[in-house]
Design a protein around this ligand. Structure first.
Ligand code: NAD
Length: 493
């Protein structure tokens, strides 16, 4: 039985069951079929309203992020508000170009003809979002869905409840509710949504639920984008600028929602020889960034919820790991805070080295030679991101060509997702499909192949009765042999 939920234009909370979900999709399909969402003007007006919503509501958004995660205002603004504004502005600027059909070359076999690739909206799409970047991961895919001309239902994460209700309120107020809806709720509500027929499901979250989403989608042959996570490694060579490297790793790990980011470094690998130098620098900068008592730092988010706190505590309390903590380790259940923690050489089969950490714990693994790190990474599931710090050109080349990951960054971490000309998505266990910039538009569009012909130049050779002469001509045509065509036309074998 589904629990109480809120659909953004409903007058009062109602039970959101299969029937309600069915009605919702029916209404959106009706809007989509009216053609309203296809027009350039509609897409533009919705994107402009979304941008206005962001400008009007910055404080409410930052407050919700603080309430859900104690997210520092600087991170809330840079990683969520500013990213959404820039995504919206890019879509507004490029929308006309993105919507334009793309000319395609034709060949002798269809002569005379012209062809183009026409992007068309998929229809009614579902976006299911996660709790750790609850604004960004909800609104960014919605921007792509609107830009591509779809009707859309957003299901934010119940684990970021302040943001979930704020999104229901704001999207209800600023956007066209006949085509864009927010459904709040947890597993029951998501389950009844997944029973419906969608034209695309865009899911952000963990691999276990991704399998549930994909199984539900398979029933209707619905395509999916799965934005998942994994253990994103950082390989650290010794010929580097240590101070810069250490600062960048710290900001990508603890300065990104206290490690609760899909692209945050999950573990480091360095050589046995270099490890002491790197560790000293990390420890030094941790104190510089977050003070002697990081549990009191206002610049660290808290752990998202009690379940994740218990999960992280279990990783730390593991017998194989607890003796290997070389920095941090403090945890306070009542405030859901865990200090930045470094663990040296946890066994490969420990939980912390087999599960995605998604929190403030950073294991460091040591190897004899730096190249061994590549082997180590390749022996595990394909990560969402892989990072390398080095000045060695050959190592860079080897890393880029040998490591399969959603994205790779050399000499920094996490920044690739700020580059909107790069696709953002995973591979293998870290997901499928990608978005950001034009990739978001493409992700919610079908690329329709269109061939245009006139009535001139109808070749009798393609029609029965088939003869050896016709076959010779068609073979020459399909081979693209001008000489063969001339010979066939003049009847030479
Ligand atoms: P979550 O718990 O918020 O779940 C995500 C969504 O799945 C929610 O909307 C939730 O209601 C729904 N859900 C949960 N259980 C369900 C079920 N049984 N059936 C149907 N729907 C269900 O988020 P999470 O999974 O804890 O998120 C963390 C994971 O997401 C990490 O693995 C992280 O790496 C990954 N992540 C990936 C990206 C990315 O962009 N690739 C971004 C953020 C997080």
């Amino acid at each position: 039985m589904a629990s109480e939920t809120l659909v953004n234009d409903s007058p009062a909370p109602a039970v959101f069951d299969s029937e309600a979900a069915g009605c919702l999709v029916k209404e959106l399909r009706y809007t989509f079929l009216s053609g309203k969402t296809r027009s350039y003007e509609w897409r533009l007006s919705q994107l402009k309203s979304l941008l206005k919503m962001m400008e009007d509501s910055e404080k409410q958004i930052c407050d919700a992020l603080f309430s859900d995660l104690s997210k520092p205002e600087m991170e809330a603004y840079i990683h969520e508000v500013a990213m959404i504004k820039s995504s919206c502005k890019l879509a507004l600027k490029k929308l006309k170009d993105w919507m334009k059909p793309e000319k395609a070359k034709t060949n002798l076999g269809t002569f005379p003809s012209t062809a183009e690739i026409v992007p068309e909206p998929l229809g009614v799409v579902l976006v299911i979002s996660a709790w750790n970047y609850p604004l960004l991961l909800s609104v960014d895919p919605v921007i792509g869905a609107i830009a591509a001309g779809n009707a859309v239902v957003l299901k934010p994460s119940e684990l970021a409840s302040a943001m979930s209700s704020l999104l229901a309120k704001l999207l209800g107020k600023y956007l066209d509710n006949s085509a864009i809806k927010v459904v709040e709720g947890a597993v029951p509500e998501t389950s009844v949504l997944l029973e419906q027929k969608w034209d695309k499901i865009f899911y952000t979250g963990n691999g276990r639920v991704a399998r549930i989403v994909m199984a539900a989608a398979a029933k209707n042959l619905t395509p999916v984008v799965l934005e998942l996570g994994g253990k994103s490694p950082v390989l650290v060579d010794s010929n580097i600028d240590l101070a810069v490297t250490s600062r960048r790793i710290l900001s990508g790990k603890w300065g990104c929602n206290n490690g609760q980011a899909c692209v945050a470094p999950d573990y480091l690998i360095t050589t046995k020889q270099y490890a002491p130098v790197l560790i000293e620098s990390l420890k030094h900068n941790l104190v510089k960034f977050f003070g002697e008592d990081p549990m009191k730092s206002p610049d660290l988010s808290r752990v998202g919820n009690p379940n994740h706190f218990a999960r992280l505590k279990k990783l730390l309390d593991d017998d194989k790991v607890s003796g290997k903590i070389i920095h941090g380790g403090q945890a306070d259940k009542s405030s859901l805070k865990i200090a930045p923690t470094i663990i040296l050489d946890a066994p490969e089969d420990s939980l912390i080295m087999t599960e995605e950490i998604f929190g403030p714990l950073l294991p460091i693994m040591t190897v004899e030679k730096i190249e061994d790190g590549i082997e180590f990474i390749n022996s595990r599931a394909k990560p969402l991101a892989a990072y390398l710090f080095t000045n060695n050109k050959q190592l860079k080349e080897k890393f880029v060509s040998n490591i399969s990951a959603g994205g790779v960054v050399i000499n920094d971490v996490t920044l690739h997702l700020m580059v909107d000309t790069l696709p953002f998505g995973g591979v293998g266990e870290s997901g499928m499909g990608a978005y950001h910039g034009k990739f978001s538009f493409d992700s919610f569009s079908h690329k329709k192949a269109v061939l245009y012909r006139g009535f001139f130049g109808d070749a009798p050779a393609r029609y029965p009765p088939y003869t050896p002469g016709k076959l010779r001509l068609l073979k020459a045509l399909l081979d693209g042999s001008l000489l063969g065509i001339i010979r066939a036309l003049f009847g030479f074998s």
